[in-house]
Design a protein around this ligand. Structure first.
Ligand code: PHE
Length: 334
């Protein structure tokens, strides 16, 4: 009897999974033919009442201890299969790939533009986004009532103040602060009441301004050629077309050879081989004067780069609204 109990205990201790333990339980306590069950059934056949009682007590005690041992072992095995205490960690297993973030395409272009002009010695400066009408329009040669104001759908805050429609008012502010000569860029936000594939109510511009003695249109051309080639590739060509801005004279629009076809003519450039890049020109003498700079001694050029436009050209984005809708499927493309 005791030998049976000891054997049961050994087998329970050796059981390494729940299935083996179930088999041990069946072998000793199984309803019909469990080894202990069979012994128990024989108790009734013992004739002597004293001996019968003693045997009953012994068998019951063994059954009880085996039952307890089975429960304990089951608890240990289930803790091991789900619990952390005996879990092993394989330090040689490669970790899951890390998801790396990246800059938004507009931030990237913004950063690149600043870097390119820093190479030419341009200093970044800033001005207020909530601007006076006077700086945004009047002092850059667009007096009250001038028809050109209508083309910039302006967010007015009150009669005097507005959200600047371009970064050009900082030309005046920077001249008043720094005088001449100077070379600055103004990376910043501008606002217009506009929303379609190429216009956004809030957008980024980088204004550039260079003032010194003897500055000519050829200097503007060389500067912007450097910019275009740094941005789109060394084999790019540029061309200037006559244009009109109130604050520059002469004014130009600058085209770069198409990023897709390289000048052959394709859908993006509508067959022309050229893409419109930015506007600029020689600073109008009135504007220099409004900034306190003597146009008899100094001349200068200015230009305005549309950051979203560069991003669209650089990344082949057809609808610029994608830049601001924050659809993760779009912005997570590295
Ligand atoms: N301010 C002009 C615009 O927003 C761009 C520009 C800047 C043109 C400087 C000429 C010189 O369209």
């Amino acid at each position: 009897m005791h030998a049976l109990g000891v054997r049961a205990h050994d087998e329970i201790a050796a059981a390494s999974d729940a299935g083996t333990l179930d088999a041990v339980r069946a072998r000793y306590l199984g309803r019909g033919d469990g080894l202990l069950t069979v012994v128990r059934k024989q108790i009734g056949a013992v004739a002597d009442p004293e001996a019968r009682r003693a045997m009953g007590q012994t068998v019951n005690a063994v059954v009880e201890r085996v039952t307890e041992a089975l429960e304990e072992r089951r608890a240990v095995l289930s803790a091991a299969s789900t619990g952390s205490s005996t879990e092993t960690i394989d330090l040689t297993w490669p970790p899951p790939p890390l998801r790396r973030g990246h800059l938004h395409p507009v931030s990237r272009v913004f950063r690149d533009v600043r870097r390119i002009f820093a190479q030419l010695g341009y200093v970044p400066v800033s001005g207020p986004e909530l601007e006076y009408d006077r700086y945004n329009f009047t002092l850059v040669n667009m007096p009250p009532g001038h028809h050109s104001r209508d083309t910039q759908d302006t967010f007015y805050v009150d009669d005097d103040r507005l959200l600047r429609t371009h970064t050009s008012p900082v030309q005046i502010r920077s001249m008043l602060i720094r005088g001449a000569p100077q070379r600055v860029i103004v990376p910043g936000k501008a606002y217009r009441r506009d929303y379609d594939a190429t216009h956004f109510p809030m957008f980024f511009q980088v204004e550039g301004m260079c003032i010194d003695e003897g500055i000519a249109l050829s200097d503007l051309k060389g500067t912007l050629e450097f910019f275009a080639r740094s941005t789109f590739g060394i084999d790019r060509a540029i061309r200037m077309r006559p244009h009109h801005f109130e604050f520059t004279e002469p004014s130009v629009e600058l085209d770069v050879t198409c990023a897709v076809c390289g000048g052959e003519g394709c859908r993006l450039c509508k067959g022309s081989g050229w893409l419109e890049l930015l506007g600029g020109g020689m600073i109008h003498p009135n504007v220099l004067r409004n900034g306190g700079v003597d146009p008899a001694r100094y001349s200068g050029f200015a230009f305005g780069i549309g950051v979203e436009r560069i991003a669209m050209l650089a990344y082949g984005i057809e609808d610029g609204r994608l830049l601001y809708e924050n659809d993760v499927r779009f912005v997570s493309q590295a």
